[in-house]
Ligand binder design. Sequence first.
Ligand code: ZN
Length: 65
Amino acid sequence: MKKEKREKVCRNCRLFVDGDECPICGESNFSNSWKGTALINDPNGSEIAKFLDIKAKGKYALWVK
Ligand SMILES: [Zn+2]
């Protein structure tokens, strides 16, 4: 099994970010302490997106420290 690198999450948006800054808010306030993931394809039609206040599609963490 390949060992996965722990992904980082934007503390403002909960979005998983590959680069050095978050594509949504433009900040680099990241956390490696997160739990759960949610794939949002349709932010307007998703209850989870509404609950988490997500406006753009992407992969998000449900909880970020
Ligand atoms: Zn962000």
